[in-house]
Design a protein around this ligand. Structure first.
Ligand SMILES: [Zn+2]
Length: 77
């Protein structure tokens, strides 16, 4: 687990990770620029928040330079 204890924006130590619900994770997917549809490529980063300046940021300790097919979007139909 990544330990981030200082806000990169304001320097506050009042920071923490944002927990997703059980069985879920945060995702930053890409969209097809022509169709506007969400692709099945995404980054699944950890999310952090600063309670002083309210900044939110991501960290992805597993990122190796390219997005991978990390999930299949659920149908909205
Ligand atoms: Zn801050």
């Amino acid at each position: 687990m990544v330990k981030i204890d200082k806000c990169p924006f304001c320097g506050s130590f009042e920071v923490g990770s944002v927990k997703s619900r059980d069985g879920e994770t945060f995702a930053v997917p890409t969209i097809n620029k022509t169709t506007g549809k969400i692709t099945d490529y995404a980054m699944l980063p950890l999310m952090f928040v600063c309670s002083t300046c309210k900044s939110v940021w991501f960290n992805n300790p597993n990122f190796e330079g390219n997005l991978t097919k990390e999930f299949t979007p659920a149908s909205k139909d």
